[in-house]
Design a protein around this ligand. Structure first.
Ligand code: ADP
Ligand code: MG
Length: 333
């Protein structure tokens, strides 16, 4: 794998980085005397170019929220370094925090207060004047399609609309960098799609750098850059196109009751990248439609089912880890 920090848009070539993380390792203290400490991040290094729409993808427990806390400066890195627009937090924490907008995974709104009141409280915390709170609120609530609900208590809004209020709050003080931890968790597919569309619109309109975490594979397919975390380590990073191109143009997936035997034979006969996951054998190739016929003839009786597709980010994860990407509810994605 190329150096993740340098893999895409290295600083100096394609513009400055909004975020740079170098050699970040994070270990939680043991919960009890006999327990072992838990290393949640292992030597993580990467860069996010300014203006990017960037996804941190990983299954549950892969370290996303731990990394998120470091990226929001809620936790200072015990080892390694993090810089924001070229600045290290040392002595500039206040200034850096002003440039960040943060949406945490857990709701951070006062449900009894109205949308406007929530925004107003946030604006005052950031020392914004009443006029600028009012004008920014107008602008953002209209952009996010919730201006008509501004006088209503947050508790009367649907989950999808309440998330948009969280987003409005995070954007009120015009941050340069917006950080969101699993912002779509709990939303139905339509609301998830709509939320991500709004994020992309904000990036395009205001040029805000956007970094979000997710455990949902499909949410990583249309970003500018992805970092895939697994058990605290980076397993892949780059643009979706770059990552997919690490696999051949197409991927043939054969299901078999004798996957080991099939694997060995295909490996020897075809000289193509081939690997096994559970009861399937995966072959990377450039001409799936031609090759499938040949494979079916050669392994008649051994192959129970066959399919082919262009590689997805899920396929990249499988290639890098040898495992399927498991979603929140325990099933494969
Ligand atoms: P994710 O957000 O991807 O689900 P987390 O960053 O929450 O992952 O957790 C990464 C690992 O660190 C997990 O093994 C988790 O159990 C552990 N962990 C998270 N928070 C704590 C904590 N406060 N104390 C000890 N271990 C923790
Ligand atoms: Mg998390």
């Amino acid at each position: 794998m190329p150096d993740p920090e340098q893999a895409r848009n290295p600083e100096g070539e394609d513009g400055p980085l909004a975020l740079r993380v170098r050699n970040l390792t994070f270990t939680y203290p043991p919960p009890s005397r006999n327990a072992r400490p838990r290393t949640a991040l292992k030597d993580v290094s990467f860069g996010i170019p300014e203006g990017d729409f960037f996804c941190i993808l990983g299954p549950n427990g892969s370290g996303k929220s731990t990394l998120f806390r470091v990226l929001t400066t809620a936790t200072l890195p015990p080892s390694g370094a993090v810089s924001f627009f070229g600045n290290e937090p040392d002595g500039r924490l206040r200034e850096i925090r002003r440039s960040l907008g943060v949406v945490f995974q857990n709701p951070a709104l006062d449900k009894k207060l109205t949308v406007d009141e929530n925004l107003s409280c946030h604006g005052k915390l950031y020392a914004m004047s009443a006029e600028s709170i009012a004008s920014r609120s107008d602008e953002i609530l209209s952009l996010l399609g919730i201006a008509g609900r501004r006088g209503e208590p947050v508790e009367t809004l649907s989950g999808g609309l309440a998330r948009r209020v969280e987003l409005a709050k995070a954007l009120l003080h015009s941050p340069r960098l917006l950080l969101l931890d699993e912002p779509t968790t709990g939303l139905d597919p339509t609301a998830r799609f709509e939320f991500l569309r709004l994020l992309r619109e904000i990036r395009t309109g205001a040029g805000t750098t956007i970094v979000y975490t997710t455990h949902i594979l499909e949410e990583s397919e249309e970003c500018d850059g992805i970092l895939i975390l697994d058990d605290g380590a980076i397993v892949a990073s780059g643009s979706p196109t770059e990552l997919r191109s690490e696999i051949g143009k197409e991927l043939i997936i054969m299901q078999s009751s004798e996957p080991s035997k099939l694997l060995e034979s295909v490996k020897q006969q075809y000289g193509l990248p081939v690997y096994r996951v559970d009861d399937t054998v995966r072959v990377e190739c450039d001409n799936a439609s031609a090759l499938i016929g040949e494979l079916l003839r050669a392994y008649e009786g051994t192959v129970d089912m066959v399919s082919f597709s262009r590689p997805s980010i899920g396929d990249v994860y499988i290639k890098k880890t040898g495992r399927r990407f498991v979603t929140n509810n325990g099933g494969p994605a």
